[in-house]
Design a protein around this ligand. Structure first.
Ligand code: SAH
Length: 234
């Protein structure tokens, strides 16, 4: 899978994408650099600094809202230029794939596991991170966005954290990302648990300050263990 991120703050992605599972799973190209398109990592992530598409000497990307009010809006001409430029980058693994463009917004549809699984089947995602008061509505009305997604009913300062949340959640469903030690099967919200929350887990020691492990888990009876786990999803 290829993921392009359009953001005013590419440096925010250092850390979440450069550690642990996502580090192993993805080739990560920070602003200015180019992902190694020949590599065999399951995910290629390319960041694009929206400011490079800004207007004039100061690379202006935002403006004050018509009708007045607090805050600034990201301009339609700048944002569309960025989206079209990224779409035109038909290189490497993308091939003939059609990009799926997502804009993060509290007004969007709330992200759920079933949607995460659907997105994980796409070949190419373009993620647009809003900032300030958001973007000019015409980016959406003009058809440049395929889908608006919210990560919850609260307001953040920008779409960068939502983009990282989505990348992380989607990555767990891309073949080759999770090792044998972890699997996206039979987890909270997965279809195999009827979209319910997972059963509890225990590991050594068998007793800790008087707290014990349910006997059935120590019994070695796989049938009983399965039954206990089924009973303890919620
Ligand atoms: N004026 C907007 C909030 C803008 S917050 C409103 O009242 O709905 C600035 C940016 O942060 C948004 O453009 C969006 O990209 C991102 N953002 C904030 N909260 C979010 C959420 N819950 N889910 C997804 N994106 C969010």
């Amino acid at each position: 899978m290829r993921i392009d991120v359009i953001t005013l703050f590419p440096a925010m992605f250092q850390g979440p994408l450069t550690e642990s599972i996502l580090k192993r799973a993805s080739s990560f190209a920070p602003e200015g650099a180019t992902a190694d398109r020949q590599d065999d990592k399951p995910i290629q992530i390319q960041l694009h600094d929206l400011r490079q598409f800004g207007l004039g000497k100061y690379h202006q990307v935002d403006d004050s809202p018509y009708g007045g009010g607090a805050g600034m809006l990201m301009r339609v001409d700048v944002v569309v230029k960025a989206i079209e430029s990224v779409k035109a980058e038909k290189v490497g693994r993308v091939g003939k794939a059609k990009p799926h463009v997502i804009y993060f917004s509290p007004r969007g549809k709330k992200l759920k596991q079933a949607k995460v699984e659907k997105l994980a089947k796409k070949d190419w995602l373009i993620l647009l991170c809003g900032h300030y008061e958001g973007i000019d509505q015409r980016v959406i009305d003009g058809g440049w966005i395929d889908e608006e997604i919210s990560i919850g009913d609260y307001v953040l300062t920008g779409g960068e954290l939502p983009a990282m949340v989505l990348i992380d959640a989607v990555a767990r469903h891309i073949p080759g990302v999770l090792g044998k030690e972890a699997s996206a099967h039979e987890e909270s919200f997965s279809a195999s648990l009827d979209r319910k929350k997972e059963y509890p887990h225990y590991t050594r020691p068998e007793e800790f300050r008087g707290l014990t492990v349910p006997d059935v888990l120590l019994s070695g009876h796989h049938g009983e263990i399965e039954k206990w786990r089924k009973e303890n999803v919620k």
